[in-house]
Design a protein around this ligand. Structure first.
Ligand code: NAI
Ligand SMILES: O=C(O)C1=N[C@H](C(=O)O)C[C@H](O)C1
Length: 262
């Protein structure tokens, strides 16, 4: 039985993940954490009324003695401190929260390596997004002119999305830096061309009704290729989270990308 804490359990992803952990035969929801929580036990919530799961709202109060895996769906401002805390207490992190800097990820990888502790940061747990990133990397070898459009619900805190940044990073591994478009182009409205990652433009759309969607557009002489994925529901991320929770203790370093454990 894998003993799991869900950080950010009061949020959209944290709630969906808590249900998945509870329903999974091989996982036990040991406790949950969210600074927004006022209850002391999950049983105080009607949807969890038959459970006995301690609730924490302060990091330093968490009883870390019997937790194997820390699932984090919190916020860009808190994820680094949470994951560092987990690693320092020998708990394998499975991290979906986006918005960490490259330096923060490198620092966490260093601490994990010293402790020989398995962990995963996945910019996206959806298989459609993992495949989109792989297909996009493959296509970029032949189509170096590319733009990324990511579309999300309007409560999202970070832009561009972690998935869009990761897509651009994967493409950059196979594509020489390139300035796209007309060298003389000028924005008559600031931001019109979006963010720029090594010459690739990334556009962020935020709209009510959307969940998580991405398009990668490639253009060449007389032809174009568009790759698109859609997460219509947050359950789409759960099989990826479950695989990570199940397997992550078998590794001895902090990996980035679900594809490394599939
Ligand atoms: N990797 C993936 O596949 C996915 C990643 N995400 C990412 O997960 C994160 C959470 O997304 P949502 O659930 O939509 O956000 P949300 O805003 O619904 O939930 C975040 C929760 O974290 C809590 N929180 C804030 N600070 C905290 C802390 N220090 N410790 C513990 N909990 C804390 C908040 O009170 C809130 O309940 C975002 O960064 C989002 O981009 C979302 C969907 C899929
Ligand atoms: O905030 C979200 O919702 C999502 N965040 C992740 C990201 O930033 O890429 C993953 C997915 O797109 C949903």
């Amino acid at each position: 039985m894998v003993k799991v804490i869900v950080a950010g359990f009061k949020g959209r992803m944290g709630n969906t993940t808590s249900h998945m952990i509870i329903d999974h035969d091989d996982f036990e929801l040991t406790c949950v954490f969210d600074p927004r929580a006022t209850e002391k036990n999950l049983s105080e919530e009607s949807e969890f009324k038959d459970l006995n799961v301690p609730v924490y709202n302060k990091l330093e109060d968490i009883n870390t003695s019997d937790i194997d895996v820390w699932v984090d769906f919190t916020a860009p401002s808190s994820v680094y401190a949470n994951v560092k805390f987990a690693i320092e207490h020998g708990i394998s992190p499975v991290v979906g929260t986006t918005g960490m800097s490259d330096d923060q990820v490198v620092e966490l990888q260093k601490i994990s390596k010293e402790k020989k502790l398995g962990g995963l940061i996945a910019p996206n747990f959806g298989i459609s997004a993992v495949l989109l990133m792989q297909f996009a990397q493959q296509a970029a070898k032949y189509f170096p002119d590319v733009e990324i459009i990511e579309m999300h619900h309007d409560n999202k805190l970070d832009a561009p999305s972690g998935t869009a940044i990761n897509t651009a990073k994967l493409i950059a591994e196979v594509r020489a830096p390139k300035k796209q478009g007309n060298p003389e182009e000028k924005e008559t409205l600031a931001g019109a061309r979006g963010a720029n990652y090594e010459g690739m433009h990334i556009h962020s759309v935020r709209l009510p009704g959307y969940v998580a969607h991405e398009q990668v557009l490639f253009g060449s002489k007389g032809e174009a290729l568009t790759i698109r994925q859609d997460s219509f529901d947050r359950v789409s991320f759960m099989s990826g989270v479950a695989v990570a929770v199940e397997k992550i203790q078998g590794y001895d370093e902090l990996l980035v990308g679900l594809e490394h454990i599939l």
